[in-house]
Design a protein around this ligand. Structure first.
Ligand SMILES: Nc1ncnc2c1ncn2[C@@H]1O[C@H](COP(=O)(O)OP(=O)(O)OP(=O)(O)O)[C@@H](O)[C@H]1O
Ligand SMILES: O=C(O)C1=C[C@@H](O)[C@@H](O)[C@H](O)C1
Ligand SMILES: [Mg+2]
Length: 215
């Protein structure tokens, strides 16, 4: 959980500049699909770390084969850092690869960002990756490897999540997207003055205050 978002601000402070929303979650959860949907239906910019890497360095399986995983992780960390510091991407829904948050430097960056975690179950994802021969991290047994990876990464996703999105039971992307938009509107709404009586504050304002108290 990111203790710094939303940042506490006095009532008369200028609004914080908009930041991208970083979508995390396991491989084939639907992060890129959701980010694209958010750009089409809600007007966010679409930015995807894997796509940027492919456009600049070629296909991921070849990068892994020719240079190894560490080389890919370094490219990935550089790409995430570049997008996060680019003011042109301030309005983006930014999907990152399933393994990106496992890199310590990426994890540190994401602790200061607004992070949405797309949670899924094996029943939803296994049909999407069954028989896959191109995802290097899933070889040689995609179904078994996907489950092992999710188990080992789940705690990290949970730790970083400001927003948790339910992508289980093959939920349609339109429903997941509506949940994300609703969460963003709530989190980004101007907050009531700190001195306002509790009854004047919305449930989200109260839960943000509770989060600060626990941070
Ligand atoms: N809500 C959904 N309903 C049906 N199909 C979906 C949904 N979300 C994603 N898919 C399908 O699942 C596949 C994987 O989705 P996607 O590429 O978006 O996953 P990802 O989380 O970005 O994975 P990676 O970590 O590899 O980048 C795609 O073929 C996509 O069409
Ligand atoms: O989960 C992972 O480790 C990966 C996920 C993909 O999005 C790609 O970033 C790559 O195949 C590695
Ligand atoms: Mg993707």
């Amino acid at each position: 959980m990111n203790a710094q978002f939303p940042a506490p601000a006095p009532a008369d402070a200028a609004p914080a500049p908009q930041r991208p929303v970083v979508l995390i979650g396991p491989m084939a959860a639907g992060k890129s699909f959701l980010a694209l949907h958010m750009s089409k239906f809600y007007g966010y910019d679409f930015v995807d770390a894997d796509q940027l890497i492919v456009s600049r360095h070629g296909v991921i399986s070849t990068i892994f084969r020719e240079h190894g995983e560490k080389y890919f992780r370094d490219l990935e960390a550089d790409t995430v850092a570049e997008v996060l510091r680019d003011p042109d991407h301030a309005n983006a829904i930014f999907s990152v690869g399933g393994g990106a948050p496992m890199t310590p430097s990426v994890r540190r960056m994401l602790r200061d960002e607004l992070v949405a975690y797309l949670e899924v179950d094996a029943e939803t994802v296994l049909p999407r990756i069954s028989g896959n021969r191109t995802r290097p991290m899933l070889q040689p047994d995609p179904e078994r490897r996907w489950q092992e990876l999710y188990e080992s990464r789940r705690a990290c996703y949970e730790e970083l999540a400001d927003i948790r999105l339910d992508g289980t039971r093959n939920r349609p992307v339109a429903e997941i997207g509506a949940d994300l938009e609703e969460a963003l509107v709530r989190l980004r709404a101007p907050r009531a003055g700190r001195g306002a009586p509790a009854a004047d504050r919305s449930a989200t304002d109260r839960s943000a205050t509770d989060q600060e108290a626990q941070a």
